[in-house]
Design a protein around this ligand. Structure first.
Ligand code: PEP
Length: 252
């Protein structure tokens, strides 16, 4: 059986004041004392540098919630991968459901972002998952297949080594309705089978696939007990250091 290190990330979304972000970063950094689990936090863009300062000397990595599809130039409001690297970011989230469904990002655009981010040296947490309407019509596997195929098209093996996939059913994000461990396992196993079919055993066995959607300290152990669930992407519960650290502990 391949062993994949667990990965737990906190997506703070458009929350926290600067003071709150610094306090949260410092508390997470203080609470993560070993690297049994890879831990990362994703604060809002304007707080990246300040939160990065609070993480210095700890194993907690910094990530951004989005990234431009372009490297530089006349793209008003965008933030490039190079800028994120300079703030101390290691990761960028790409394809979060709120960006796919609220902002309207397309599969092609997401693939473009993935390529730019990886070419520039970032690692990528690539989010995917079905809507409630898609699940109710039994279309989830078709959706995963389309999303994996579209987002990862054209990546090299080395670039795959810097990808974490986050399976986030849209109906579970911020709703309190977590997928059952069996639903998560079924989805992760299917995504891994597509990676195997498209890219081979090495990539399928080594790519972490983490679950996101109403993860709490109470449901983490059940989710993490599944063989293809390699960690968690946490929204609401990452805004309190205690609950986020309890999830990290439960994942380890
Ligand atoms: C998310 O936004 O990635 C997420 C999983 O949110 P929540 O944990 O609040 O459902």
């Amino acid at each position: 059986m391949p062993t994949r290190k667990k990965f737990v990330a906190g997506n703070w979304k458009m929350n926290t004041t600067l003071a709150e972000a610094k306090a949260l970063g410092a508390a997470v950094a203080k609470g993560v004392t070993d690297d049994r689990v890879t831990v990362a936090v994703f604060p809002p863009y304007p707080w990246l540098t300040a939160v990065g300062e609070t993480l210095k000397g700890s194993p907690v990595a910094l990530g951004a919630q989005d990234v431009s599809s372009e490297k530089k130039g006349a793209f008003t409001g965008e933030v490039s991968p190079a800028m994120l690297l300079e703030t101390g970011c290691k990761y960028a989230l790409i394809g979060h459901s709120e960006r796919r469904h609220i902002i309207g990002e397309s599969e092609t655009f997401i693939n473009h972002k993935v390529h730019t981010a990886l070419e520039e040296g970032l690692s990528v947490v690539l989010c995917m998952g079905e809507t409630l309407a898609e699940r109710e019509r039994g279309l989830q596997e078709r959706v995963f297949q389309r999303q994996v195929y579209a987002a990862c098209a054209g990546l090299t093996d080395e670039q795959f080594g810097r990808i974490v996939i986050a399976y986030e059913p849209v109906w579970a994000i911020g709703t309190g309705k977590v997928a059952t461990p069996e639903q998560a396992q079924e989805a992760h196993a299917f995504v891994r089978s597509k990676l195997r079919q498209l890219y081979g055993d090495k990539i399928a066995d080594s790519t972490p696939i983490v679950y996101g959607g109403s993860v709490t300290p109470d449901n983490t152990v059940g989710l993490m007990s599944q063989p293809d669930v390699d960690g968690a992407l946490v929204g609401g519960a990452s805004l309190k250091a205690d609950s986020f650290l309890a999830i990290v502990k439960a994942a380890g």
